[in-house]
Design a protein around this ligand. Structure first.
Ligand code: COA
Length: 436
């Protein structure tokens, strides 16, 4: 059948398309800025018609109407990455978190994560009937292949992106043509602490490096310190607005990349409208599924790979907690460990964890004798490489427990060093040299 005829037959309205979702089913929804907002709204508006529907997605941005108390009891949410808007749903036990590397999600879809219905946001079809997955490639292809029913919102404002982002009109059951602005990520303005961390990280970035940038306030601060570098590349789970300037100035040009030379490689992006416009029909940016982009063996093919991620606390052995504040699940592991392992395997690779030395307005040291009770270890002491704060750099790889503790105390906030040094003395029966 001519794809245009097929398209016309499949065009639907959100409140009609949701009738394809039935009680007890599992729905896999698009990620972050690619969440299908019209279907979410229609489900929330008609929540009384549903019982026991499980919804899987990674991060959601802004307001998710299915999280409102009216929907409780009708929908349950499950995710391996929490964000500001999902904490409350999990605390009220209307949703739950499961620990999993982001790269494993495509393989879990259809098995550990049932997928009766897949709902995604795409561009409208091109001349051949292909829609682009736009700003989130990650697990979309896996879900679209696994689902019994596929619904897409073909949003005129979704950027058309390249890589492995195309799905054909023939693969879907219901099409909802629409035009709405993508959800934007509020970008934190880096303060003096973040800028100092950025400068310290920049000393570890050699010309010709390929970068991975994690999530949070630190990555964009690091990018601000890279304006005197040359020939950088990007192979990253995600990035935000910080890369635009460096690409426009030719500092990020991918010319020395040893995999996908000349291309920025990513699985999803979150940022402002400027970022979404930047990637629209941009042949230099390629989006691939997360099981490819975050695969440590793929990452390792990038010589001079530098991964830069952040965390919540580190203990004196170098165990890193990035996703829990004590017993509370705050975010998820994402691709942190995969990029640390990939960078460690890469020729001349470096894996950086960068964080402010304190949290909660300076009241809490992020370098601690022990992780807070209940915290999950995200990056183990065997994987950790560099830890960076505004006070300097500690290289932990290959170092003894005693040297690790000494170096971590040296980059802790000065007001917490005496307390940490007491623990050092207790553990190693000698005064801490970082204090002398
Ligand atoms: N104890 C108590 N509270 C702490 C804390 C600690 N050790 N560390 C941080 N906090 C608080 C902060 O004060 C802040 O509170 P506020 O929101 O009230 O100001 C909050 O927790 C968030 O901390 P912050 O450091 O600002 O977070 P961030 O937005 O920069 O994100 C991570 C940092 C670690 C949460 C984020 O990078 C993450 O989730 N990483 C894991 C996943 C990952 O690395 N993926 C990489 C591939 S994309």
């Amino acid at each position: 059948m001519n794809w245009k005829n097929e398209y016309r037959k499949k065009v639907s309205k959100p409140e009609v398309a949701i009738k394809a979702i039935h009680d007890g089913q599992c729905v896999v929804m698009g990620h972050a800025a690619a969440a299908p907002r019209l279907i979410q709204q229609a489900l929330a508006d008609h929540c009384e018609d549903y019982n026991d529907v499980l919804i899987y997605h990674m991060t959601t941005l802004g307001n998710n109407p299915c999280y409102t108390p009216r929907c409780f009891g009708h929908f349950r949410h499950v995710s391996n990455f929490l964000s500001a808007n999902s904490h409350d749903v999990v605390e009220r036990r209307e949703g739950d978190f499961f620990p999993a590397y982001f790269k494993d999600v495509p393989a879990m879809i259809g098995t550990d994560i049932p997928c009766d219905v897949a709902v995604f946001q795409t561009t409208p079809p091109n001349a051949e009937g292909y829609c682009s997955l736009g700003v989130s490639c990650d697990y979309a292809q896996a879900a679209i292949h696994a689902a019994k029913t596929v619904i897409i919102e073909t949003n005129e404002m979704m950027p058309f992106t390249y890589g492995d982002t195309l799905i054909h009109v023939s693969q879907v059951a219901h099409i909802i043509p629409c035009a709405y602005h993508l959800q934007e990520l509020q970008l934190p303005k880096p303060g003096e602490v973040e800028l100092s961390i950025g400068r310290n990280c920049a000393t570890l970035v050699a010309d010709g490096s390929t970068l991975q940038l994690g999530i949070g306030a630190i990555p964009d601060a690091v990018l601000l310190s890279l304006s005197d570098k040359n020939d950088l590349g990007i192979h990253s789970e995600m990035f935000s607005n910080g890369v635009i300037n460096l690409i426009k100035k030719g500092i990020i040009n991918g010319s020395r990349k040893t995999l996908h030379r000349g291309k920025v490689v990513v699985t999803f992006i979150m940022g402002s409208r400027e970022l979404y416009e930047f990637v629209d029909e941009n042949p230099n940016v390629e989006f691939y599924p997360v099981d490819y982009v975050n695969n440590p063996l793929v990452i390792a093919k990038n010589d001079r790979m530098v991964s830069i991620n952040s965390c919540l606390e580190v203990d004196l052995q170098g165990q890193v907690a990035s996703e829990t504040i004590g017993k509370r699940q705050y975010s998820g592991i994402g691709g942190q460990v995969d990029f640390i392992r990939g960078a460690s395997l890469a020729r001349e690779g470096k894996a950086i964890i960068a964080m402010p030395s304190t949290a909660a307005g300076g009241k809490i040291s992020r370098i601690k004798p022990f992780l807070t009770e209940g915290a999950a270890v995200s990056t183990s002491r065997n994987d950790v490489d560099y830890i960076v704060t505004e006070y300097g750099i500690a290289r932990l790889k290959g170092r003894t427990l005693q040297h690790r503790a000494e170096d971590l105390i040296r980059i802790a906030h000065p007001s917490f060093r005496p307390l940490l040094a007491e623990e050092y003395e207790h553990r190693f029966h000698s005064p801490c040299p970082s204090l002398s």
